[in-house]
Design a protein around this ligand. Structure first.
Ligand SMILES: *Cc1c(COP(=O)(O)O)cnc(C)c1O
Length: 381
């Protein structure tokens, strides 16, 4: 039997029509923001019930602009989760505000909604939850808290494009909603993101903050009212995104199937008995952006890095999403300490992302589970 190819933890699926479409854009004479960006925004908007949508060159830029639109700045606090890609809290610092962390719920691995109100102060301006691995935060409870305390919400839905809550897609409702189209996300525009807004005034502000604050009128009119940045998406990238959207449902369906197979394979090998933690088996809301297990660190003779190394040696890629943000030097320097958020810290040390992407085969899932369970059995205390 030949050695199987290396299995990465994720990989984008791009069809030939999209590649041809990109070639056409490259030959068209207009390659930066233009008609493809407008078409991409319109397509996402129509998916989300017609809410205004504006595209950006990254999910990070999208969130930074969202905070500026909400008027978050120096002196303000934004409540968020310590278990996320560090972009989530970095953007709060970028606008001069202070991220205030609240521990995660160890079952959902998302911000623990029951702990948010204790973290609200007179300076709190917004809530910034994350749908980790595509599992949506409970929107009803989230918005009940926001309404009670008159707070804005920026949903970091970078990982939950195509996830559902209350029968509708994430982004179809809510306050400001930010998506990312990084290549690791469920659909990609290479790099990119988009913001779902409430009205035309916010959409106009998004356009201003996106490109140097410029507002044009007539043939030669130009005005600048706000200090905007440089966050515009290119037409080349937008064409990639447009080619991905028709596949979203099939991609997410395939991710769901493969995740269900992960659960069956783990159950068949008594993963629970070995102390391995599995994600919430949610098959109504999540887009299964990632399949993440929790290693039983205290029961193993080897660290997570050694598990990853042995998986890698067996031809299997894994990832860590994510180390707890408040333990990074930048955040410790702002007063956060080890022990502040035990559940996020435990996850930060023990969480492991297994391969999951639409072009993966069933046999790949079986091989991942067999390999991981063999490594864990050999490393039992
Ligand atoms: C990917 C991601 C982002 C940022 O997206 P970029 O497009 O890489 O800038 C933000 N938050 C979360 C939770 C993400 O997964």
């Amino acid at each position: 039997m030949s050695k199987p190819d290396f299995l990465p933890f994720t990989r984008p699926t791009l069809d030939e029509a999209t590649i041809q479409g990109v070639v056409e854009v490259l030959r068209s004479g207009w390659i930066t923001s233009g008609p493809q960006v407008k078409a991409f925004e319109a397509a996402v908007s129509s998916m989300l019930g017609g809410r205004p949508v504006r595209a950006f060159n990254s999910g990070t830029g999208t969130m930074e602009v969202a905070l500026r639109i909400m008027g978050v700045g120096p002196g303000d606090e934004v409540i968020t989760t310590p278990l996320s890609w560090v972009a989530t809290s970095n953007v709060v610092l970028a606008v001069g505000a202070r991220p205030v962390f609240v521990d995660i719920d160890p079952v959902t691995r998302n911000i623990d909604l029951s702990r948010i109100e204790a973290a609200i102060t007179p300076r709190t301006k917004a809530l910034l939850p994350v749908d980790l691995a595509g599992l949506p935060v409970d929107r009803e409870r989230l918005y009940a808290i926001a309404r009670r305390h008159k707070l804005r919400v920026l949903e970091d839905a970078a990982q939950s494009f195509g996830s559902r809550y209350g029968g509708e897609l994430v982004g179809a409702g809510g306050d400001l909603v930010s998506f990312s189209f990084h290549p690791n996300k469920n659909v990609t525009s290479i790099e990119g993101g988009c913001l779902v807004l409430n009205d035309g005034r916010e959409a106009q502000l998004a356009e201003q903050y996106r490109l140097q604050g410029v507002v044009r009128s007539g043939f030669d009119g130009m005005e600048v009212e706000v200090a905007g940045g440089k966050f515009n998406l290119t037409d080349v990238a937008a064409r990639v995104g447009l080619g991905q959207l028709p596949h979203l449902q099939a991609f997410n369906g395939r991710r769901t199937q493969l995740s269900q197979l992960y659960f069956r394979e783990f159950a068949a090998r008594d993963a629970a008995g070995s102390g391995l933690g599995l994600p919430m088996p949610d098959f109504t809301h999540s887009n299964w952006h990632m399949f993440q297990v929790m290693l039983p660190g205290e029961r193993l003779t080897i660290p997570r890095a050694a598990v990853m190394e042995q998986m890698h040696a067996a031809g299997i890629g894994t990832g860590v999403h994510y180390p707890a943000i408040h333990l990074f030097a930048l955040y410790r320097a702002q007063g956060w300490n080890p022990g502040d958020f035990p559940h996020a810290e435990y996850a930060g040390r023990n969480i492991l992302t297994l391969p999951l992407f639409p072009s993966m085969q069933e046999a790949d899932v079986t091989r991942v589970v067999e390999t991981l369970m063999r490594i864990l059995a050999a490393a039992r205390r």
